[in-house]
Design a protein around this ligand. Structure first.
Ligand code: ATP
Ligand code: MG
Length: 390
């Protein structure tokens, strides 16, 4: 009888012939994420991944595993021989441990999954037999097949049987890197880190670009954004972070374009610079934290104008979300507190009193004729700084 951790792989099951590739990516990431914790062995068996380790390390291992995208549940298990007596013993032990932690458990249901179809008993037979034995052992427990306080799971696999009653929910999604690479436009706000998280969860590997207006914005402001990227890197692994000063661009716009178009024209520059960085570094798309109607530049017309400045795909995973729901995710992924720190953002330096809410592509283009777009973009990129965040 040994204790192991099992990991269930959600949507990977849908991937058909690509399955092995996705599983391998996932294993690579698990190994990477847990490399500071020495475990004894990691192996696959019939659709699940198992980790053998000293039980003292379970908690820290599970904490790390929770942040790996592509897995849905993590369970501390007891691994035993495929033998009814051994299975019974493991179930009793597991039940005892659970009852110690939570005396309110009054009802249970045994749920058996037989991946090894050669095993002598069927799943319902095993569930019934073990259920009976647990009832005999624990006087205060009853069976409830509809709404039990505890599910006792039994997985019968090729080599062993696995017993567990806790399924700790992970984020699901896809292993990082299996859905391509993208460049996240990250501000110090609440939205863009959440947008990055959501795309990363779907398997996109992230780089970040941040625009500042130093010395109008502070170094502490930039540190804050790096801190946000660091929080994201807990999920994604190390992140390449491009820091671009756009003060000159903003000064030019401020001087030569209508005041109310300041924000939207700056936004176009952000997109252009991001596209250049992305193409140069073989990143396939941009990600922003925009959500429809949230502020003046995020109206349908505003988004049309910003989109028009680039030909690379732009993903806006928050487009249909309300602020309260975005905040909820930010809290959950631990970026909210950092986002709420008060530092100047480059957008607030030249904030127009009455920004346009229905800009047209043509009007904005006409305003931009006063600017040497290409040179401004090139100068900004020539002076950018690159950091590795981990
Ligand atoms: P956020 O909370 O992400 O700052 P927001 O609601 O404040 O978003 P805007 O300020 O209009 O919205 O910015 C829209 C998007 O443009 C951001 O989500 C981000 O992707 C990008 N962006 C804005 N400012 C910057 C910046 N200084 N550096 C990089 N990207 C930025
Ligand atoms: Mg913002």
């Amino acid at each position: 009888m040994e204790k192991v951790i099992s990991v269930s792989l959600g949507e990977l099951a849908l991937k058909g012939s690509n399955r092995k590739y996705f599983e391998d990516q996932l294993i690579k990431q698990i190994m990477n994420k847990t490399k500071d914790i020495r475990y004894d062995k990691l192996y696959k068996e019939q659709g699940k991944i198992y980790i053998e380790a000293n039980e003292e390390k379970f908690e820290s291992l599970m904490e790390k595993l929770k942040n790996v995208f592509g897995l849905v549940y993590i369970s501390p298990c007891i691994r035993v021989e495929k033998d009814i007596e051994a299975i019974e013993e493991a179930c009793i032990l597991n039940m005892k441990e659970r009852l110690e932690k939570d005396p309110n458990i009054k009802t249970f249901k045994v749920d058996t999954n037989r991946a090894d179809k050669n095993f002598a008993f069927t799943s319902p037979e095993i569930s019934r037999e073990i259920g009976k034995r647990l009832l005999n052992k624990f006087d205060n427990l009853n069976v409830d097949v509809h709404n039990p306080d505890l599910y006792m799971y039994i997985d019968i696999k090729q080599t062993h049987a696995y017993i567990y009653s806790e399924r700790i929910k992970a984020y699901g999604g896809m292993p990082i890197g299996t859905s391509g690479k993208a460049l996240l436009l990250i501000s110090g706000g609440i939205d863009s880190p959440v947008a990055g998280f959501m795309m990363a969860k779907r398997g996109v590997s992230l780089s970040c670009v941040h625009y500042h207006s130093y010395p109008f914005t502070s170094e502490r402001g930039e540190e804050k954004v790096k801190e946000l990227a660091k929080k994201l890197s807990m999920y994604t692994g190390k992140i390449k972070f491009y820091s671009v000063n756009i003060l000159n661009i903003q000064k030019e716009i401020n001087e030569k374009c209508p005041e109310k178009e300041m924000t939207i024209i700056s936004r176009k520059f952000m997109m252009r610079i991001a596209e250049k960085i992305a193409r140069y570094n073989k990143l396939d798309a941009l990600i922003t934290g925009e959500s429809l109607g949230q502020v003046a530049s995020q109206t349908m017309q505003g988004l049309t104008v910003t989109d028009e400045s680039v030909s690379i795909p732009v993903f806006r995973p928050l487009i249909g979300m309300d602020k309260v729901d975005i905040i909820e995710i930010a809290r959950d992924i631990d970026t909210l507190e950092t986002s709420n720190l008060p530092f100047e953002d480059c957008c607030t330096v030249f904030l127009p009193k009455h920004p346009v809410t229905n800009p047209s592509v043509e009007n904005i283009k006409r305003s931009e004729e006063a600017l040497d777009v290409e040179t401004l973009v090139k100068d900004a990129i020539d002076n950018m700084k690159v950091y590795i965040i981990k």
